[in-house]
Design a protein around this ligand. Structure first.
Ligand SMILES: [Zn+2]
Length: 257
């Protein structure tokens, strides 16, 4: 991908997102074609085929295999590690010790590994094809969000503090992956899960509702997941706890009339 193609890729995204008009995009491209300059404060983002790796399925599968033998009782340790890493990357980008392209490709790697780590350590067994597909799709979505995010940084529209706090939001989907896969593993007769809203119940409505509407069957695909439904995303510390309650289980699974 040439530099010019990367610029066009960025301009198209910005026009589609309504950040700039088509007219402004054309002016920017004209200026670039004349003397190779970009607007003040702009840098070129990572080429799309690196932002969304072509071999993403393989990368996700390899990352999953790396965690087959890792046992974790909660998603917290991996989440804390991920937040530490992305905070550090945001700081390096802010200081200018790494370029936007370097930052973006590191974020791509970290996200693939982190989501696979959470899904696999939550599952504690070999995941099914459907679960691997779900993880792949979740990873793809996060990488697409990341591409939009990088485009905003490329045009100087994000401060260092914004880059840091927005990077942390990506941790939330990993938390959801852990609880989702762990729930499926623990789908046994008599077991239900309670959603425990640890976050501020006055400010996070979705989490408070999730707690009030429980309990749920552990493998209920429509049940709320911490980090995904929470407004705090990566800041969410809500949990789902397994509880043995055959009576509630029977009612939830519709085994009684
Ligand atoms: Zn929450």
């Amino acid at each position: 991908m040439t530099e010019r193609e990367r610029l066009i890729q960025l301009l198209v995204t910005l026009v589609l997102d309504g950040v700039i008009t088509e007219e402004v995009a054309e002016q920017i491209l004209d200026a670039y074609d004349k003397d190779g300059t970009l607007p003040l404060g702009w840098v070129l983002p990572l080429p799309l085929d690196e932002a969304i790796p072509l071999n993403l399925v393989d990368l996700v599968n390899e990352a999953v295999q790396d965690f087959f033998t890792t046992l974790r009782v909660s998603p917290d340790a991996a989440e804390d590690d991920f937040i530490r890493i992305v905070t550090n990357l945001a700081e390096q980008l802010g200081r200018g010790t790494i370029t936007l392209s370097q930052w973006h490709s590191e974020m791509v790697n970290e996200l693939i590994i982190y989501l696979a780590e959470q899904a696999q350590t939550g599952a504690q067994r070999v995941m099914t094809e459907d679960e691997l597909d779900g993880l792949y799709n979740a990873t793809l979505f996060q990488l697409l969000y990341l591409t939009r995010f990088a485009d905003m940084i490329a045009t100087g529209r994000q401060s260092s503090a914004q880059v840091e706090s927005r990077s942390i939001l990506y941790a939330g989907e990993g938390r959801a992956q852990w609880y989702e896969k762990n729930g499926a593993t623990n789908a046994m007769f008599g077991w239900v899960v309670d959603y425990i809203a640890v976050d501020d119940k006055n400010t996070c409505g979705p989490c408070a509702n999730a707690e009030a509407n429980g309990p749920y069957l552990p493998n209920d695909a429509s049940a709320p997941l911490p980090g995904r439904i929470c407004r705090g995303r990566g800041y969410c510390r809500c949990v789902r706890l397994l509880r043995y309650d055959p009576e509630v289980y029977t009612r939830l699974s519709g085994l009684t009339a």
